[in-house]
Design a protein around this ligand. Structure first.
Ligand code: TGC
Ligand code: FAD
Length: 384
């Protein structure tokens, strides 16, 4: 393993163990099936039980809810290793952990926590998170989904789209407008008035299940409101902060896979009587890719340290998510180019990572949105 800046020495033995067992799972269980899953456009559901057995769901939760109180560094390393396999796999984990388990843990009632957290941590229930709507993406404050108080609870109406895991999920965290502002709700997806459809024809994140959730006068009990969501969109943004942290680490997993594949290829592919790695232009590409990989990994480490110390400003996550996605795309594109014609074949994996990273660049706040969050931090002016 290349480690010029001795990053390895920064991790504890436990973090290395969690990382390496995740890496082994990806090598043994994910790599043999992922190309086919991507080609078929299906999430490999047979992996869910194994992810749960590895203890990766709710791993940062306290033990009383079925978690293992793992550090943010350990969680970041897991995201990195899963995305070395496929961004869709890391997305599955991000949504289950950061966008379903976390909102229930941080915003839920005791009863909601007791009921849902152990089930979600064991992978017996799958969660999703509905914020985006057909006409409200970067600007979720303009959402139209409504929750109206009725005698027996709440009546929900509206549509959420581009929802990761929705076609597989048992429960959704849904954000809706009430007469007192935006609130988060727990919605069991087998309730009358809920319909779930799969989004087809994606050319990115093909091994991830993405869907649309529609609510047509769906009645939910009063107890399904997340009591801690009284700050409205700020509560939703707190959940996004958790997910964006995992994405910053994950994107570097996809990037490191592309770098390793490109380096191996350059060392073995011979043209003009010598390996292409012996040419100055290919070495320039590899040097640039490696430099950005190492810089982003160190940034992620500092992000996780601040997270563990509860000192993390969400703007720092925007900086890291924006940087990771931009650099991962750059690395994946250069890797694809180094592989020549083979670079567009799924057999070499790079094109799959490159296609997935187009989504990673867009979801959880587009590159423009994170640029403007940083712009606001630097100038004090909101330019959204
Ligand atoms: P703004 O006026 O800047 O702030 C209002 C209040 O919110 C606080 N805040 C945050 N708190 C915690 N975490 C964050 N990330 C926060 N961002 C803002 C802020 O401190 C302030 O608090 P206070 O106390 O001063 O009032 O924010 P805004 O409400 O105007 O929001 C603007 C904007 C554009 C930043 C926000 O709307 C945004 O982030 N838009 C992007 C939407 C987005 O990211 N959607 C993602 C949907 S989920 C998804 O994509 C899942 S993909 C998962 C997968 O498959 O892996
Ligand atoms: P828009 O907001 O319409 O943006 C279109 C373009 O305009 C972008 O380039 C954007 O940067 C730019 N733009 C918008 N506003 C500004 C501005 N003020 N200044 C400059 N440029 C601007 N959402 C969920 O809620 N849950 C999920 O689980 C989820 N999973 C997803 C999975 C996939 C595969 C994908 C593709 C998306 C997912 N999303 C999910 C939705 C995702 O968060 C949104 O796509 C994203 O927030 C952008 O919203 P939008 O697509 O509506 O684009």
């Amino acid at each position: 393993m290349l480690d010029l800046m001795q990053l390895e020495a920064q991790f504890t033995a436990e973090e290395i163990l969690i990382r390496d067992s995740t890496a082994q799972f990806v090598r043994d269980q994910v790599m043999p099936i992922i190309t086919n899953a991507f080609e078929q456009g299906e999430f490999p559901t047979q992996l869910i039980g194994q992810l749960a057995q590895l203890g990766l769901f709710g791993m940062t939760l306290p033990e009383r809810y079925g978690g293992s109180d793992a550090s943010a560094i350990a969680y970041g390393l897991v995201c990195q290793e899963l995305e070395r396999g496929d961004s869709g796999l890391r997305s599955f984990l991000s949504v289950q952990n950061s966008l379903c388990i976390y909102p229930i843990y941080a915003l839920g009632s005791d009863a909601q926590k007791q009921y849902w957290l152990p089930r979600l941590a064991r992978g017996e229930a799958i969660g999703c998170f509905g914020l985006t709507e057909p006409d409200a993406g970067s600007d979720p404050a303009s959402m139209r989904t409504s929750a109206q108080q009725v005698d027996d609870g709440w009546a929900l109406n509206g549509t959420k789209t581009w929802i990761t895991n929705a076609p597989l999920a048992d429960v959704a965290i849904v954000w809706a407008k009430t007469s007192a502002g935006i609130r988060g709700f727990l919605i069991e997806l087998d309730r009358p008035g809920v319909s779930v459809t799969s989004i087809k024809h994606k050319l990115s994140m093909r091994a991830s299940a993405t869907g649309e959730l529609s609510f047509d006068n769906c009645i939910i009990p009063a107890d399904n409101l997340l009591p801690g969501s009284e700050r409205g969109l700020v509560a939703a943004l707190k959940c996004l902060t958790q997910a964006r942290f995992g994405i910053a680490w994950g994107a570097m997993g996809a990037a490191s896979a592309c770098f390793d594949i490109a380096r191996d290829y350059a060392l073995t592919r011979t043209q003009f009587g010598r390996p292409i790695a012996a040419t100055q232009l290919i070495q320039h590409d590899l040097a640039t890719m490696y430099t950005e990989l190492v810089k982003a990994q160190w940034l992620n480490l500092q992000l996780a340290r601040l997270h563990d110390q509860q000192q993390l400003d969400p703007t720092a996550i925007s900086l890291a998510k924006r940087n990771a996605c931009e650099q991962a795309l750059m690395i994946a594109r250069r890797a694809r180019h180094i592989l020549g014609g083979n670079g567009i074949s799924l057999e070499y994996h790079v094109i799959r990572h490159l296609a997935n990273l187009e989504t990673v660049y867009t979801y959880e706040g587009t590159d423009n949105i994170h640029t403007l969050i940083l712009g606001k931090y630097l100038t004090g002016i909101a330019a959204f």
